[in-house]
Write a protein that binds this ligand. Structure first.
Ligand SMILES: [Zn+2]
Length: 396
């Protein structure tokens, strides 16, 4: 009887082409400045049914890439992150800013007459007016503590297992505005650990407690060195030290340009490369690697800590639309796969989703599960620094 050779489905995936971003670049629209980055549906691994496996990490031909030695005998690492998209649920000042920025973004989009632009068509505008009108009414009627003034609860959840995380903070948006620009400013007041204080002071305190502060750049900085530099410098002035890590807001990022832009302003670590509407391994790996500049055909110095699970992708109807118990099962399964290859699992939970039923509680349950897994659970910069010193990260 003839022996049969099985061909593994990932044997025909070119790992260099995947990690350098060439597969992704081939599929992107020419200009992403007004469009969201296409999500998981267009990903080459999704087409092969390989989205939920770190396929490159099983490949022994990857050599040293497969041998990250984690500190203290840990089997793998977990990177905890939060994108601080909103700081206050009920604020007339912030609603006013948001409306003003959206109106400006809408008229700009109309002026370049692109019907398909984000937030530019009439129905988007009407929906937006209805949402903001409801927000004003709710703000006037609201009494008591603002539900978003609860950053301490996220710190407490992590403290319980002795872990820390990275908070990605949005800068002050400057014109031209985009409809996704933040409405909060560093001078706004929030409650933190029972005290009313500015966002700036709160960020400094979180940094002083040992959590990491990273930048969450606005929409239009993905290809603009000056704009990204301005945003980085503003946050560094607030924190009083270098900001090393970055994740683009809405994951608005162009693999053909953004690595080069991030390197030009001196970032060390990025954690943008995941999905908004699904979970999984966008680049087929749980291992960090040095992002590739497709224009100069060289590795950059930016270490990518890929993103694998966002709360929004698990729970929102536009994502997987899962109930918390089912979402936790998915995260456990991905955790098993990352543990098997000794990689990094990166999670992102949005602090402003605290008023969504079960989202924070699911995070606590996942942390409790991870705490029993012999995992090194920490920030983007700690994992990035460890890998920079001990692992082969370049693709050549
Ligand atoms: Zn964001």
């Amino acid at each position: 009887m003839n022996s049969r050779r099985w061909t593994l489905p990932w044997n025909d995936v070119d790992s260099f082409k995947l990690l350098s971003g060439r597969f992704e670049a081939e599929r992107l629209p020419d200009d992403l400045s007004e469009r969201p980055v296409p999500d998981f549906g267009y990903n080459v691994l999704n087409q092969k049914g390989l989205l939920y496996d770190p396929i490159l990490d099983y490949d022994e031909s990857q050599g040293e890439r497969t041998n990250i030695q984690w500190p203290d005998g840990f089997d793998f690492a977990v990177c905890l992150t939060h994108d601080l998209d909103h700081v206050t649920r009920y604020s007339l000042t912030q609603t006013y800013r948001r409306v003003k920025q959206k109106a400006s973004a809408h008229s700009r989009a109309r002026s370049i007459s692109e019907e398909s632009l984000v937030g530019s068509n009439a129905s988007d505008l009407l929906r937006s007016i209805a949402i903001e009108g409801r927000s004003v009414l709710q703000t006037i009627q609201h009494t008591g503590t603002d539900p978003y003034h609860s950053l301490d609860q996220w710190l407490d959840a992590e403290r319980t297992i002795g872990a820390k995380s990275t908070f990605f903070i949005l800068p002050t948006p400057l014109p031209p505005y985009h409809s996704t620009d933040p409405e909060y400013r560093f001078s706004d007041s929030i409650l933190f650990e029972g005290r009313k204080q500015t966002v700036a002071k709160t960020i400094r305190q979180i940094d002083n407690l040992g959590w990491e502060i990273g930048l969450h750049p606005t929409w239009y900085s993905f290809d603009d060195v000056d704009k990204l530099q301005q945003e980085k410098s503003e946050l560094e002035d607030i924190v009083g030290s270098e900001v090393e890590s970055v994740r683009s807001h809405c994951l608005h990022y162009d693999i053909r340009q953004t690595p080069r832009v991030q390197e030009a302003v001196g970032f060390k670590y990025d954690s943008t490369l995941g999905f908004n509407r699904n979970i999984g391994f966008r680049f087929g790996t749980s291992y960090p690697w040095k992002l590739y500049d497709l224009q100069s055909n060289n590795s950059t110095n930016i270490v990518e800590i890929p993103l694998h699970v966002q709360d929004t992708a698990l729970f929102r109807p536009k994502g997987l639309d899962l109930a918390p118990d089912d979402a936790i099962k998915y995260v456990k399964e991905l955790t098993n796969r990352v543990r098997n290859v000794g990689g990094v699992l990166t999670l992102s939970w949005h602090p402003s989703k605290i008023d969504k039923n079960g989202w924070l509680d699911s995070y606590r349950q996942i942390l409790s599960f991870l705490n029993d897994q012999n995992a090194w659970i920490t920030t983007v910069a700690e994992i990035g620094e460890h890998c920079r010193q001990r692992a082969k990260l370049t693709l050549e």
